[in-house]
Ligand binder design. Structure first.
Ligand SMILES: Cc1cc2nc3c(=O)[nH]c(=O)nc-3n(C[C@H](O)[C@H](O)[C@H](O)COP(=O)(O)O)c2cc1C
Ligand SMILES: [Fe+2]
Ligand SMILES: [Fe+2]
Length: 395
């Protein structure tokens, strides 16, 4: 873990999880993740969010060491997902007189998940919680990425405790502040966190950014990843860009293929895009690359070209997984191409057409569907699909 001072009497308590393979039991975290809680010591003592339950012992010890055994007066709950509320009951047990601070929706969840119904202080967007020289204000940012989500602002230091917003995958490898770490390394993990966890809620993120616009923020302290104090624009610009579906000219090509016929089509399309001068091309085998990475790249690049062989009248399962996720996330503003190979009655491309209808993206060329292995006329259609895509990307 890392215990670091953000300001006089304000502490970062970040716990590194390098052991978990899948965040939320779904998203790969090869570089780990951190769960960050914050502690403000004043006339009153306040914790802001807690940590994942595996870290309870060390967490409580750290709090005790910093506070010299004084009791904690408030626990501000910005977000109820168990990676942050996991130590809630342990904190309440240790400090039985603590007051829980949240909004109406927070306390519904506190009751439902932890069966705690008293000692709560409901706050609103205009509430002020006085701790002494530190004062806390609050702003709800619903659905970034849960209904109860809010942020907490400390007025004397101008630190915004932002919950999951502006958070990142990746454990803290020593560096905690943005100016202590390799941002090039963290950018991918930051983006994967945003796109995978928050990405379905881009319109809500846009509303949240608008709401926070007037706030004078000196430091952004999220519940995962680095604390931002020197490069606030770096992170704010990226959130602005990603949540408005602003992409670069480039193509994500995803295929599902058992015996290589559909993959061959993907390679022909990729090659022609390169011949036409497109440099950002990512080709993924849907059975090998987790949707986490494909979704993240979709927020980078404008074009999505997806192929599936036919499989028992349907899509190939791994392609079905990734396009279903994309559909559910409601990702907007992309160019689309579809292709695939079949043996007798099809099923892959047919379902990709339904995906195209549902997404309402710009289908740049007629679906290319080959029976068996790629032959001359469909080879030419793959080239034409790539040309149509390149024309739009270069326009
Ligand atoms: C288990 C299995 C199920 C299949 N189901 C269908 C099907 O329902 N309809 C169809 O047209 N072809 C079906 N096929 C044939 C494949 O779609 C066809 O061989 C295609 O060329 C495979 O492309 P690939 O080399 O990219 O895997 C099936 C093949 C296998 C092995
Ligand atoms: Fe969360
Ligand atoms: Fe989280």
């Amino acid at each position: 873990m890392h215990r670091v001072k953000l300001a006089d009497d304000i502490y970062f308590l970040g716990f590194n999880d390098r052991r978990t393979h899948l965040f939320e039991n779904y998203w790969p975290i090869p570089y780990g993740v951190s769960y960050n809680s914050y502690l403000i010591v004043d006339e009153k003592i306040a914790l802001i969010d807690t940590v994942e339950r595996h870290f309870i012992d060390d967490y409580l010890e750290q709090i005790k060491a910093i506070t010299n055994g004084r009791p904690v007066d408030y626990l501000v709950i910005n977000h109820m997902e168990p990676d942050h509320s996991g130590a809630l009951r342990a904190v309440v047990a240790r400090y039985p007189n603590i007051t829980l601070v949240g909004n109406k929706k927070t306390f519904d969840m506190v009751a439902n998940y932890y069966q705690i119904t008293d000692q709560s202080l409901e706050v609103y967007d205009d509430s002020i919680l006085e701790l002494g020289k530190h004062k806390l204000t609050f702003a709800t940012i619903p659905m970034v990425h849960w209904p109860e989500t809010m942020v907490t602002y400390e007025t004397s230091t101008k630190i915004l405790f932002s919950g999951d917003a502006f958070g990142s995958f990746g454990a803290m490898n020593g560096g905690v502040f943005d100016d202590e770490i390799d941002l090039n390394f963290f950018e991918e993990e930051l983006m994967r966190y945003f796109t995978n966890i928050v990405g379905k809620y881009c319109p809500h993120t846009q509303r949240a950014l608008k709401k926070l616009e007037g706030l004078d923020i000196k430091m952004l302290a999220a519940t995962h990843g680095p604390v931002w104090r020197s490069n606030l624009n770096y992170i704010l610009d990226r959130y602005q860009k990603w949540s408005s579906y602003t992409t670069e000219p480039g193509a994500v090509i995803v295929f599902g293929s058992m015996y290589g016929n559909t993959e061959k089509m993907a390679d022909v399309i990729a090659r022609q895009l390169a011949v036409r001068g497109i440099k950002n091309i990512r080709v993924y085998d849907a059975s090998k690359t987790h949707p986490s990475y494909i979704i993240s790249d979709l927020f980078k690049f404008k074009a999505f070209i997806v192929g599936s062989c036919a499989y028992n009248n349907e899509l190939f399962p791994s392609v079905e997984t990734v396009i279903t996720k994309i559909e559910h996330m409601g990702i907007k503003d992309h160019l689309l191409g579809i292709f695939g190979s079949y043996g007798w009655n099809g099923g892959g491309v047919k379902n990709l057409k339904t995906f195209a209808d549902n997404m309402k993206w710009d289908l740049v060329y007629d679906p290319v569907e080959e029976k068996g292995t790629l032959k001359q006329s469909k080879f030419e259609q793959c080239i034409e699909l790539a040309n149509a895509m390149a024309d739009k990307l270069l326009a």
